[in-house]
Every structure is written in structure tokens, then in C-alpha cells.
Unconditional design. Structure first.
Length: 166
């Protein structure tokens, strides 16, 4: 039974980019666990807990992306060696300062946002509304997480743009 109502020829590029995202998320997940385990210093409690929240959120997304690929009638990639090979996110040393960890994660967020954009482009062409909806939610959540991490790393004297405030 064909339950999708999506052109099979147009869905392959979507699945290909979803598999890259799956690989990116796996490497990102492990990096978050690495940072969770290895954070030291005055910000330990705050970042230890935040990294755990982030890796739990990422674990959920890994499952959702893999299940979306299956919904689109493909097998998701599932070998660690494949994840490391195709991921645009790279592994990281555990020997980083808290600021370096946050900077590393913000750089990874840029990579993830770029990947979401590629998926959106392919999903629009395929008229794949399910994937479009999923990516929209992921973008919103990651932008918020990026804002929070970026704000954490700011000097307390920095200010937001106040052009709309009287």
C-alpha cells in the first residue's frame, strides 16, 4: 500500500540528507555526553545539567529522524563507522574549558542548521510535508538552544539591540 502520496524519485534526495543529519546527530550526541562527563570548574553544575538535557533531546531526535527515513520507505544508515564518515560534525577532545565546549557546540549548531536547510530544500521539491514540518520544529528548538548557549558565553555588560525599546 502506498500511504505517502510522494513522488518516489523526488524522495531519494530527502532521505540522503536525512541520513547525513542522522550521522551529524550521532556525533553531536556523543560530543554532548563527552562534555557532560568532562566539564570542570565553577560552571560544572549548570553545564553538566544542560549538556545532559541536550543529549537527551538529541537522543529523541535521532530516533525521530531514523523513523522518518523508515516512514519514507528506506533503511536508515546505522553503523558508527558510517556516521563518522559522513557526519559534518567532528569528534572533540574532552580536554576543553567550559567556554571552549560551548563554542564548539555553537559551531555544531551552525552545521546542523545548514543541514536542516538542505533538507528543507529537498523536501520542498519532493512536496514532503512531514519532513518540512519536522525540520521547522528542529530549527526553532536549535535556534533557542543556540541563543541560550550564546547568552551564557556573553560578557554581562553586553546588551541586546534596544532600537524598539522606549
Amino acid at each position: 500500500m502506498d500511504y505517502l502520496n510522494i513522488d518516489k524519485q523526488k524522495i531519494l534526495p530527502v532521505v540522503s540528507e536525512l541520513n547525513v543529519l542522522l550521522a551529524d546527530y550521532h556525533v553531536y550526541y556523543q560530543k554532548l555526553r563527552n562534555f557532560h562527563w568532562n566539564i570542570l570548574g565553577k560552571n560544572f553544575f549548570e553545564l553538566h545539567n544542560r549538556f545532559e538535557e541536550m543529549y537527551n533531546e538529541t537522543k529523541t531526535k535521532i530516533d525521530e529522524v531514523a523513523e522518518r527515513i523508515v516512514t519514507l520507505k528506506y533503511h536508515p544508515i546505522s553503523k558508527l563507522s558510517d556516521y563518522i564518515e559522513i557526519s559534518k560534525i567532528k569528534e572533540s577532545s574532552p580536554l576543553l574549558s567550559d567556554q571552549e565546549m560551548v563554542t564548539e557546540l555553537l559551531n555544531d549548531h551552525k552545521i546542523l542548521l545548514e543541514q536542516f536547510g538542505l533538507i528543507l530544500e529537498k523536501a520542498k521539491k519532493a512536496k514532503d510535508e512531514g519532513t518540512l514540518d519536522m525540520m521547522g520544529a528542529y530549527i526553532r528548538e536549535l535556534e533557542k538552544s543556540s541563543w541560550m548557549l550564546n547568552t551564557w558565553s556573553k560578557d554581562t555588560k553586553e546588551e541586546l539591540n534596544s532600537s524598539f525599546v522606549k
